[in-house]
Ligand binder design. Structure first.
Ligand code: FES
Length: 179
């Protein structure tokens, strides 16, 4: 299979390098292989996606090949290998959020906002990562996190529509998100 490496971008690799230095110290090659996915998750948490520079930094730090890193990045659907749009939303799809109606939010995003298989809405406003885990704020279910900062709670269809309107109008650019 031909490997498609995304175009280069400019990201600050320092935070990732610090985390790798502090927490990713494999004792042998086998352990290094096992740490790739988790290191990529750290990168995605930091940047909203795994930029090519971050993938290379991970490969270099762990002493594994870049092909191996991209092999795993493309295998797991949870990873983004292209940059998010203007805003990024982690939408929790864990058990508590699912029961509280997260599924309706996903439907809304697909049907009204043209969210594609990469989680991108058709107007370029929002990239959504539907997170099959728990954001750790179940009391806010259905919960989400906007732009890696503000947690949003008790989201319903109307609330999501209102959020997207604010994002489209630029109202959320500087205030760290809605509540
Ligand atoms: S399941 Fe969504 S925050 Fe815990």
């Amino acid at each position: 299979m031909e490997l498609k490496v995304p175009r280069r971008t400019t990201v600050d690799l320092e935070p990732l390098r610090r985390i790798l230095e502090e927490r990713y110290r494999p004792r042998d090659h086998q352990e290094a292989q096992e740490l790739i996915v988790s290191a990529c998750q750290e990168a995605q948490r930091l940047y909203g996606w795994v930029p090519p520079e971050a993938a290379e930094a991970i490969a270099e730090h762990l002493g594994v090949t870049i092909n191996r890193v991209y092999g795993l990045l493309t295998f797991y659907a949870d990873f983004r290998t292209r940059p998010p749009q203007r805003h990024f939303l982690w939408l929790c799809y864990g058990a508590a959020c699912y029961v509280a109606g997260a599924g309706r939010l996903v439907e809304l995003l697909r049907e009204e906002y043209g969210m594609d298989e990469h989680g991108d809405t058709s107007d370029g406003t929002l990239s959504v990562h539907v997170f099959n885990g728990c954001l750790g704020v179940c009391d806010l279910a259905p919960a989400a996190q906007l732009d890696h900062r503000a947690y949003l709670g008790g989201l319903n269809v109307e609330g999501m529509r209102a959020l997207i309107e604010r994002l489209r109008s630029g109202a959320e650019e500087n205030n760290g998100g809605a509540h």
